[in-house]
Design a protein around this ligand. Structure first.
Ligand SMILES: O=P(O)(O)OC[C@H]1O[C@H](OP(=O)(O)OP(=O)(O)O)[C@H](O)[C@@H]1O
Ligand SMILES: Nc1ncnc2[nH]cnc12
Length: 182
């Protein structure tokens, strides 16, 4: 019980360290800058330990991390969970045959790619990204994963911007969790 309260306090402190940058990268966007949280070793430790506790018993075999901020904790978590790491990448980055999905996000449009041999039907996936805004990026990535007929998928974000209703766009039976809500 005391341990849980301590973790709640630590998570609140980590959340409070996320910085707002107004009008970045475009006018009208309030950008959630997680670098102020990640640079602090105690916050980084809190994030990793909290996510590890949440997913350690789910049988995760691979973390799918979204370029680029999804790579930061995605690889650490893969290591902690004893899972592999698969990058979902932006155009022109993956060298072997790929599947791809176009999408729009809060401040633009892009396309995401995954290697055609990245996942298999034995995999239990944890899809990880730093932030859920409009949900375009995450939905495109879920569509990519759905090409592989994997056993199960969990979806995780550090930050969710509730007012943009991105979760509705995900339209999925998968369990979706975010550590921090704004
Ligand atoms: O829910 P959405 O509206 O789709 O937006 C969320 C996405 O936007 C950001 O990525 P960005 O494309 O800026 O790339 P980066 O991680 O390389 O900074 C963020 O890391 C998510 O991937
Ligand atoms: N408001 C926002 N802050 C940080 N990353 C984002 N990606 C999409 N929208 C974002």
């Amino acid at each position: 019980m005391e341990k849980e309260i301590k973790m709640d306090v630590k998570l609140q402190e980590a959340k409070d360290s996320i910085r707002d940058i107004v009008d970045f990268p475009k006018e009208g966007i309030v950008f959630k800058d997680i670098t102020t949280m990640l640079k602090d070793e105690k916050h980084l430790n809190t994030l990793v330990e909290s996510l590890y506790e949440q997913y350690k018993d789910k049988g995760i075999t691979k973390i799918v991390g979204l370029e680029s901020r999804g790579f930061i904790l995605g690889t650490v978590l893969a290591y902690k969970l004893g899972a592999g790491f698969v990058p979902v990448r932006k155009p022109g980055k993956l060298p072997a045959p790929t599947y791809s999905e176009k999408y729009s996000l809060e401040y633009g449009e892009d396309e995401m790619f995954i290697h055609q041999d990245a996942l298999n039907s034995e995999d239990v996936i944890l899809l990880h990204d730093d932030l859920l805004a409009t949900g375009g990026t995450a939905k495109a990535s879920i569509n990519l994963i759905s090409k592989f007929n994997v056993k199960n998928v969990f979806v995780n974000f550090l930050v969710e911007l509730d007012f943009l209703n991105g979760r509705e766009k995900l339209d999925t039976d998968y369990q979706v969790d975010s550590l921090f809500h704004f």
